[in-house]
Design a protein around this ligand. Structure first.
Ligand code: ATP
Ligand code: MG
Length: 412
């Protein structure tokens, strides 16, 4: 029988790596807390319809990337490809924004998309997600972008670029859409097949086609900015002014779009120069019409999703700090076989006092225990009579102490 390996596009985060992930998630939790965002846990799977409506039938995700299956009860279920739709569903279902309240929520966890695996692109990948629901004004967009940048700063990331755009709203976008279709129709013969398909269904998405030929045509396409209504123009100006007040520089990219009707106004991405083709570490924007698309009442929102896998790749490439590799503080060494039971009792008592302690549970010799104790700060020798000796590895000082004295000493 052949050995079973992990499915394509998935990977194991082994102990030699997992501490980096914990470091990033802990840093995110602290940053979110400092910004007044509360953590939310949502299901890893939802009714397929939520994503069909909440991500959009014409998006790449829904068209070709979802893990969808029928469960034993005959329901169509999808592993979540992103978090926003689920957070919105939860906010509506649990009335988190009733009576004009707003909610600032964050979460993290795995997302699932059937994509071609490559560096920075996996089928199970991880996102940190922040959503601000119930606020219409640009202050919320500013806070969301500020939050993402503060997180990256605390992680020590360098060479980041904020890219901004406005995609308008249901009032002004139809006008822009028409201008765009007229323009692209003149270049129909030069567009790739996918973009030709998008021409009727979702012309805005042609703008972010990565093919060189389509890119050239898009570069000369009408600028959405000229079609924005006053409200969207004001919002975009308020956003830019606010970012400038906070000292941020940004680039405007008119080809940065979210092609679906419920994405409104702000679209942004944070790019890293150190990532190659998969260069976005974070993507976000405003989605004032998503709640209605998901069957709820009007609830504006703005948020971001940060790709954890890519953040960690960039941090590794930039030599960022991941904190200390976790190691027990003290190793309890049994002087001989008769002392083994005591080493387990002492370790048990140290742990009960919240001291990170280990002892050998695999029958190793004294010499092998000493070798294993290498990465600890202290060694506690125990003999068959239960007598203890504490050695501080950094200065080599060794003392006979009682267990209480050792606990006191290590708690310092
Ligand atoms: P891309 O253009 O790279 O496919 P996207 O527009 O599909 O990105 P979003 O849906 O905005 O990405 O997700 C936000 C972030 O999640 C991205 O900026 C990226 O860092 C990360 N991400 C998206 N898809 C993957 C994936 N398959 N593997 C790893 N990270 C991903
Ligand atoms: Mg994608």
């Amino acid at each position: 029988m052949s050995t079973i390996i992990a499915p394509r596009g998935t990977r194991d985060i082994l102990p030699c790596e997992s501490y980096k992930w914990s470091y990033v998630i802990n840093t995110a939790a602290e940053t979110m807390n400092d910004f007044g965002f509360n953590e939310i846990f949502i299901p890893l799977f939802e009714h397929t319809e939520l994503f069909a409506r909440g991500v959009g039938e014409t998006s790449d995700i829904v068209e070709k990337e979802m893990y969808t299956f029928t469960d034993r009860g005959g329901r169509s279920i999808t592993l979540r490809p992103e978090a926003t739709a689920g957070v919105m569903r939860s906010a509506l279902e649990n009335n988190l924004c009733a009576q004009g309240n707003f909610a600032k929520l964050w979460s993290y966890g795995p997302m699932f998309r059937y994509e071609r695996p490559q560096k920075g692109r996996y089928r199970q990948f991880y996102q940190i997600d922040a959503e601000c629901l119930g606020i219409q004004g640009a202050e919320a967009d500013i806070e969301i972008i500020d939050l993402s940048i503060e997180l990256f700063k605390r992680l020590g990331l360098k060479n980041l670029e904020i890219v901004l755009n406005s995609v308008g709203c249901e009032k002004c976008r139809p006008v822009y859409r028409e201008k765009l279709v007229n323009y692209f129709k003149q270049h129909e013969s030069e567009l790739c097949e996918t973009c030709l398909n998008r021409l009727d269904r979702n012309p805005l998405r042609i703008l972010d086609c990565k093919k060189e030929q389509c890119g050239k045509i898009s570069d000369n396409a009408p600028d959405i900015y000229d079609s924005l209504c006053d409200e969207c123009k004001d919002h975009f100006k308020n956003l830019r002014d606010g970012l400038e007040r906070l000292g941020f520089t940004y680039k405007i990219n008119k080809r940065l779009v979210r092609g679906l009707d419920y994405y409104t106004k702000t679209a942004f991405e944070i790019l890293s120069g150190d990532l190659g083709a998969q260069n976005a570490v974070c993507g976000g924007g405003r989605y004032d019409n998503l709640a209605e698309a998901a069957g709820g009442s009007h609830l504006p929102g703005v948020g971001f999703a940060c790709g954890l896998d890519r953040v960690i790749i960039v941090m590794e490439e930039q030599g960022c700090n991941f904190g200390e590799i976790p190691a027990p503080k003290i190793y309890v060494v049994a002087r001989d076989d008769e002392a083994r039971a005591n080493s387990q009792i002492i370790t048990h008592k140290l742990r009960a006092n919240k001291i990170a302690a280990v002892n050998d549970i695999s029958g190793r010799s004294f010499k092998a225990q000493m070798k294993a104790a290498n990465n600890c700060k202290y060694i506690c020798f125990v003999n068959a009579a239960g007598e203890l000796e504490l050695k501080n590895i950094s200065d080599g000082v060794q003392k006979n102490l009682s267990l209480d004295e050792i606990i006191e000493c290590l708690k310092k």
